[in-house]
Structure formats: C-alpha cells, structure tokens
Write a protein that binds this ligand. Structure first.
Ligand code: AMP
Length: 306
C-alpha cells in the first residue's frame, strides 16, 4: 500500500540570511517524498536529465522511495530553480526558473503504480495532474497542491481537475485568489464546493487551518530557535500530512476519514515542515529519525493543550 507522488525533482540555488548554496537537490516531489517516506512507502513520478547525480538518486532510494517512475532524459538537463529570501524569511523572490526537461514532462505511470490507493499531486500543470489521476484505477484518497500561476492562467483546467480531489493544500493568499473571497472562512467554504471536501490552508510560520464540512481545526507553526532555509517547508508539510494518512491506511475500507486523524495529519505536517527549515535544502532529512518526529509531535501537544 504505497503513496504515489508526482511533481518536480530539481536542483535549487538558495540564498538566505544564513548563507547561500548554488546548486543542491530540491524540487517539490523530492521534499514530499522524503517527508512522507517516514510514514509510508512512496513511489515517485518525475523527470530529470542525465546530469542528475547518482548520490541524489541514492538518497531517495536509501529511504525506500521507488524510483521506477523517475524518467531520465538522455542529454537533458534537470529542472533548475533559484530564489532569495527576505531578512525575516517570510518572503521569497524567484531569481531563475529553468524548466529544462520539466517543460516536456508528460507523466506515464509504471504499471505497478496504477493500483496504489494514495495519490499526492504536486504543483504541476492541472491537465497533467488530471492525467496522472486518470491513470490510477483504485485510488482511495487523492489530493494535492497548486500555485498562483495555475490559478490565474489555467483556471478552467484547474477547476476541472479539482472536482476529483479529496483534499487540497494551499497557502492563504492562494485560497483567497482561488475563491475570490478575502475572508478565509468564506474562501474555504467556496473551495470545498469546487470538489475537495478537505482543505488545508497553510499560513507559513503561523501554522495551518484544516477545514472539513462545517468543522475546522487550527494548528500553530512550531517555534524554531533558528530557521536556516524555508525552501521545501510547504512540500514537507504536504508529505507529513499525506504520509501520515497513508500510513494509517485511512479510507481503504471506504469509511469516512475520522476528523481526529485529519487533525493529527496536520500536526505531522507542521512537524515535518519545521524540521525541513532547520538546515539547507533536504539536509535535515539525511539525519532525521522517526523518534525525533514523535518527540516534536508530543511537544506540539504540550504547547497547545489548555
Ligand atoms: P516550497 O518552498 O515548499 O514552495 O517548495 C520549493 C521547491 O519547489 C523547490 O525545491 C523548487 O525546486 C520547487 N519549485 C519552484 N518553482 C517550481 C515550479 N514552478 N514548479 C514546480 N516546482 C517548483
């Protein structure tokens, strides 16, 4: 019972007030897979060029991530993104986006992926998200994220795709953009009518709000002593959220997902997002243990109980 993850695998250049790195492993699907891998088996769908280093593939493989669906384009170059953060690290300016092999990405799922029950659709063109969803025959829980570019310029395509999603994870400005509502509660109600019955609105360092039906749950962000690099935090949140639900085998028997499970999934999302920020790029995931994850989860409980 695995989670299929589709999205970007990249090289990133990142500059934060703590330093800069010219080129390191990144990409939304990389972060999602590494974070989810602590909770459930993961099967990755992405594309890279032949510049993709064996040690980077090795890191993913060492976590048990299935790379059968990682397409390698001979002579091609891996997607490259770079960005610089503001002094408080709440704002990020993109300096470069070289799509390279990602420009012609047309995901084809290996046969053994198609019967898996869990699917996370990372931030790619909505029509490609729909095509991946359509290739899976036995999905029990599917969802993903998107960004302002797709909301603005591919709205019809996105709305069509969203109809089939069980959940959507987006940040607060994207929720406002998608719904046309400034008030977050009203925005959430409108988005739920578009398809996803469960909505998680991420609010950066301030945490996240989970909406389902008429209920909602608010999770704070973990107060880190130092944030080195927030790149991938949102994707790591997604990996923790979905990985936990898949690890719990929710929805496999067709039963409603328990709201308490969803709440715990949001806390595991916050936990994984917080670890991601502690070192540059994916570095924290090289040493992070399940015990550290559980300890921070318990800390969350004690910081929020009253
Ligand atoms: P996050 O900080 O969670 O928004 O994720 C940052 C990651 O997303 C980086 O590792 C980038 O390689 C990747 N990324 C940046 N721009 C894009 C894009 N347009 N499409 C897909 N992935 C992207």
């Amino acid at each position: 019972m695995a989670l299929v993850v589709v999205g970007s695998v990249a090289y990133d250049g990142v500059e934060t007030p703590h330093g800069s790195v010219d080129r390191m492993l990144g990409g939304a699907a990389t972060y999602i897979s590494l974070a989810a891998g602590y909770f459930t088996p993961v099967k990755l769908v992405a594309v890279v060029g032949d510049d993709f280093a064996p040690e980077d593939a090795g890191l993913l493989a060492s976590r048990g991530i299935d790379l059968t669906g990682l397409e390698r384009v001979p002579g091609g170059k891996t997607f490259f993104w770079s960005g610089v953060y503001s002094a408080d690290m709440n704002d990020r300016t993109t300096l470069r986006t070289d799509l390279n092999v990602f420009a012609d990405f047309n995901p084809k799922l290996p046969e053994p992926y198609r019967s898996e029950p869990y699917l996370f659709l990372g931030n790619i063109q909505p029509a490609l998200q729909e095509s991946v969803r359509a290739q899976m025959h036995r999905v029990k829980l599917a969802g993903g994220d998107t960004m302002n570019y797709w909301i603005d310029d591919f709205r019809a395509e996105l709305l069509k795709t969203l109809k089939d999603w069980d959940f959507l994870l987006i940040n607060d400005s994207e929720a406002r953009l998608l719904s046309g509502e400034q008030n977050l509660r009203r925005a959430a109600a409108k988005i739920q009518e578009m398809g996803p019955r469960t909505l998680v609105v991420k609010r950066g360092e301030y945490g996240a709000v989970l909406f389902r039906g008429k209920s909602h749950f608010m999770a704070p962000g973990y107060l880190l002593e130092s944030v080195f690099d927030p790149t991938g935090a949102g994707d790591s949140f997604a990996g923790g959220f979905m990985g936990y639900l898949a690890g719990r085998r929710v929805a496999l028997d067709g039963a409603e997902i328990d709201f308490a499970d969803l709440r715990r999934a949001v806390i595991y999302g916050s936990v994984m997002g917080s670890f991601c920020c502690e070192q540059f790029g994916v570095d924290r995931f090289r040493t992070l243990t399940r015990e550290e994850i559980e300890a921070r989860y318990e800390e969350f409980k004690s910081c929020t109980a009253f």
